[in-house]
Design a protein around this ligand. Structure first.
Ligand code: NDP
Length: 485
């Protein structure tokens, strides 16, 4: 099973696997066992140059195809991904440690959705006609040129496709750098795009750490940078892009509120809190990690939550019965253990979990703290692990103010049977992606992204088109030129 993990080459450039062993080697580790499953090389300046040059060379001819032709390639790629979903999901599980039960339905399939959706839109990307009496203006929707995508490690296949699909649909080319923790799946997506009919150079993958991302973000030949990552990295990449006045999309971190009113369906609210804290072992940017529960139902909520968490099947991620897997890396596990220690140290009540599980790999127990207060570190900082903080509240105005008291603004959720209240509260929450009576569903048809320090721009939906294209406006005079002299 592990054989497929070692790719033919570290990078994918100009339509083919591409190696340069002069680049610093790094190992890919299967998080469920700690075993090395592949060894890759970081991109050298020569690899980066080759990738950018091939993207530039491919872009103009690609943009000159009709939208329908471009869309057909993307939709074919979506079909191929669906046929290979199981193999891709197994590779994603090796890369990330996420249970196969999840990767089979949430990763390659979500990438295929994006390719299908933007493939369908490609033929309908048009400008408009603006009448001005006898004269008129028309607008042309043009691509930006060469886009750089930089990914986080939690959803490597999905992130590659969420960035590539709108970029390519609009007629751009892309150079994608996966996180060095999870470099494998993007290479396969690149191969599939070629198989689907994309020209060589249209979608390139280069590997490496932050320095490779930084080299791409500062390159004068790059027109746009789209990052999925943490806020600190976002600041650096945004600043680097600003120096060249490049377009940006920033999908960054969060510390999102999930508010459970006392009239909520308790089981649904508990289910939403589980989805919003423990899916992918809590390594999801939009997680509702500050769970505000009305004081009247707090103990009932905690009891039901504890019962449901006892049903988590923790273990071998390749076993489809497993519903909770390891953290992505030893480093991430140590970071999360530090947050758990701070929760206990600052006086939060540990309801369940809190320990590393005694088995190979990077397994932490699903952890719930109650009696968390707004000033505690676990209520302020993004943890990016399976740690839920439950906070009490009594009044609607109070909980809205506390929910908004953060530099982040990625997501928010409300559980209540009172739909008037649900819309009123959601209307006042400072967040880009919100849910009422569910949590963390992100269909490609809906815009996804954050406000405040959680991001700039939107992925998915028609909104993403605005971030991968620009308008040329053309004034057409039908009469004589009326000059003053
Ligand atoms: P990081 O911010 O550490 O890294 C993100 C990517 O940026 C990686 O590929 C990284 O390379 C690269 N990078 C690091 N430094 C630089 C730099 N100076 N210039 C250019 N690129 C750089 O995030 P993680 O990978 O640790 O992912 C977790 C974070 O991502 C969390 O904060 C999470 O909230 C956020 N996230 C946001 C999502 C959203 O849609 N809003 C979705 C998923 C995650 P390398 O890691 O190889 O060094």
């Amino acid at each position: 099973m592990t054989l497929r993990c070692q790719p033919t080459a570290s990078h994918f450039v100009n339509g083919t696997p591409f190696e340069d062993e002069a680049g610093a080697p790094f190992d890919v580790i299967y998080p469920a066992t700690g075993e090395v499953i592949a060894r890759l090389h970081s991109a050298t300046p020569a690899v980066i140059r080759a990738a950018l040059e091939s993207a530039r060379a491919a872009q103009a001819a690609w943009a000159a195809r009709t939208g329908t032709e471009r869309g057909r390639v993307l939709r074919r790629a979506a079909d191929i991904i669906r046929v290979r979903n199981r193999e891709l999901s197994i590779l994603e599980t090796f890369d990330t440690g996420k249970p196969l039960q999840e990767t089979l339905v949430a990763d390659a399939t979500s990438g295929a959705d994006a390719l299908e959706y933007f493939g369908g839109l490609a033929g309908s990307l048009t400008g408009e006609h603006i009448p001005l009496g006898a004269d008129f203006v028309y607008t042309v929707r043009e691509p930006l040129g060469v886009c750089v995508g930089i990914g986080a490690w939690n959803y490597p296949t999905q992130i590659a496709c969420w960035k590539a699909a709108p970029a390519l649909a609009c007629g751009n080319a892309m150079v994608f750098k996966p996180s060095e923790t999870t470099p494998l799946c993007a290479l396969w997506i690149a191969e599939i795009l070629i198989e689907a009919g994309a020209p060589a150079g249209l979608f390139n993958v280069v590997q490496g750490l932050g320095d490779v991302g930084a080299a791409l973000a500062t390159d004068p030949g790059v027109d746009k940078v789209s990052l999925t990552g943490s806020v600190p990295t976002g600041r650096k990449v945004y600043a680097a892009a600003a120096a060249g006045l490049k377009h940006v999309t920033m999908e960054l971190g969060g510390k999102s509120p999930l508010i459970v009113f006392d009239d909520a369906d308790l089981d649904d609210a508990v289910g939403g809190a589980i989805l919003g804290n423990f899916y992918s072992s809590g390594q999801v940017c939009s997680n509702g990690t500050r769970v505000f529960v009305h004081r009247r139902i707090k103990e009932a909520f905690l009891n039901r939550l504890t019962e449901r968490l006892a049903d988590a099947v923790i273990g071998d991620p390749m076993d489809e019965a497993t519903s909770f897997g390891p953290m992505v890396s030893a480093r991430q596990m140590e970071i999360v253990k530090g947050f758990i220690a701070s929760g206990t140290g600052e006086g939060a009540r540990l309801i369940t979990g809190g320990r590393q599980i005694d088995r190979p790999g990077y397994f932490l127990e699903p952890t719930v703290f109650a009696d968390v207060t707004d000033d505690m570190t676990i209520a302020r900082e993004e943890i990016f692990g399976p740690v839920m903080s439950v906070l009490d509240f009594e009044e609607e105005d109070e909980v809205i103010a506390r929910a908004n008291d953060t530099v982040y603004g990625l997501s928010a959720g409300v559980f209540t049977r009172d739909l008037t209240r649900a819309h009123r509260v959601i209307g006042r929450l400072q967040a880009g992606s919100c849910w009422i009576n569910t949590y963390n569903l992100a269909p490609v048809e809906a815009p996804f992204g954050g406000v405040k320090q959680s991001g700039v721009g939107r992925e998915n939906s028609r909104a993403a088109i605005e971030h991968y294209s620009q308008l040329k406006s053309v004034y057409v005079a039908m009469g004589k030129v009326d000059a003053p002299f």
